[in-house]
Design a protein around this ligand. Sequence first.
Ligand code: HAM
Length: 348
Amino acid sequence: MTLRPEGTAPVVRAYLEHRLFTKAPIIKIYYLGPMFRHERPQAGRFRQFHQIGAEAIGSENPAIDAEIISLLNHLFEDLGLEGIELQMNTIGCRNCRPEFKERFKVYMEAKAARLCPDCVVRLQRNPLRIMDCKEEGCQKVIRVAPRFSQVICDPCSQHFRELEGLLSLLKIDYQVNERLVRGLDYYTRTTFEFINPVLGAQNAIAGGGRYDGLVEEIGGISTPAIGFALGVERVVVSLPEDRPCLKAPYRGVYVATLGDEAFRSGMLILSELRRRGFRASIDYENRSLKSQMRQANKEGYRFCIILGDEELKEGEATLRDMEKAQQERVPFSNLVDRLLALGEERGA
Ligand code: HAM
C-alpha cells in the first residue's frame, strides 16, 4: 500500500498514462481527497489531511499563472476569508536555478557554524530549504545570503514581470517574497502561497507554482505546467463564524479574443464573470477565432463572448448563444446583466 503525499505528480502520471495531451492543448484537472505525510505533527500540521488541488498542463503563458492565482483568490473571497496574504516568488528555470543553488550552498557552507542542527542537515539534502528556517540565528545568516534576483535569466525575469502586470490588471494584491522556496523539488519559475497570518507557524492555507520540468522528468515530452493545492483543514479553521454558502456556478461562458489588447480586456471580463458565479474560460494560445469557437462548443459552453478590434473600439462585445446560434452586440458594462437576462440557469 502506498499513501500519497500530494496530487501533482500523480496527476502528471495520469496525464501521460492516458495520453491526455492528445485531447486538448491545455488540460485542466482538479482533485480533492486525503493526503498523507510523515511529518512532525503540530498545530495545523497533520499526518493525514485533505487537499483540493487544480493543475493546468500545457502552457507557459504567464496568464495561466494569473488564472490559477485568481481562481484561489476568488474562492477565498467567496468563502469570506479575511486578512489573507498572497506571497509570490520566481525560482528560475533549469538554466539559472543551478547557479543560484550552487552560490547559495557555498555561502551557507562558509556559515555552517552559525546554523541550527536542522539546517546543517538541510545543507546536505536541500540547501534552499534553509530559507524557510524560523530560527533567529539562521534568519540572520539568510538575510544577507545571495538572492535569486541576482542570477535570474532574462526569460524568467520577463515571465515574472508579465505575471505581475496581469495581477495588477486584475487588482490582486501580492507581496514578492524572495525567500519563498516551497518544500517540493519539482518547482520552476512562479511559486506562491496564500498565508493566513493568525494561524501561527503552519500558516499556509494554499500553495503552488510552476513545474515546467516534471512532465519530462516522468517520461513525457517537455511540457510546461502550473497548479495549486489548498489545505482543507487550514481553510476550515480560517472560515468566519457567519460564513456564506457558496453559490453553484451558472452555465458556462467562453471568452474568445483576437489580438493582445482584446486578450487583456478578455482577462478582465473573465475575472468579473467568475466573481459573479459563472463558469468561464479563455484561450491562451492565440488561436484563430474559428478554433476558439470549436473549443467552446466541444467543452459545452452555452455562451461565447467575442472580442476583436472592432468591438474594442466601440467598448462592446459580441455575445453569442451557441445553442440558438444567435448573437448580439452588448456594451462591456452590461455583459453580466445581459447574460443573466438571457435565462442562465444555476447549477447546470
Ligand atoms: P504543499 O504546499 O505541500 O503543496 O501543500 C498545499 C497545502 O496543503 C498547504 O498550503 C497546506 O495548506 C496543506 N498541507 C500541506 N501539508 C499539510 C499537513 N501536514 N497538514 C495539514 N495541511 C497540510 C502541494 O502539495 C503541491 N502539490 C501543490 C501544487 C499543485 N503545486 C503545483 N500544483
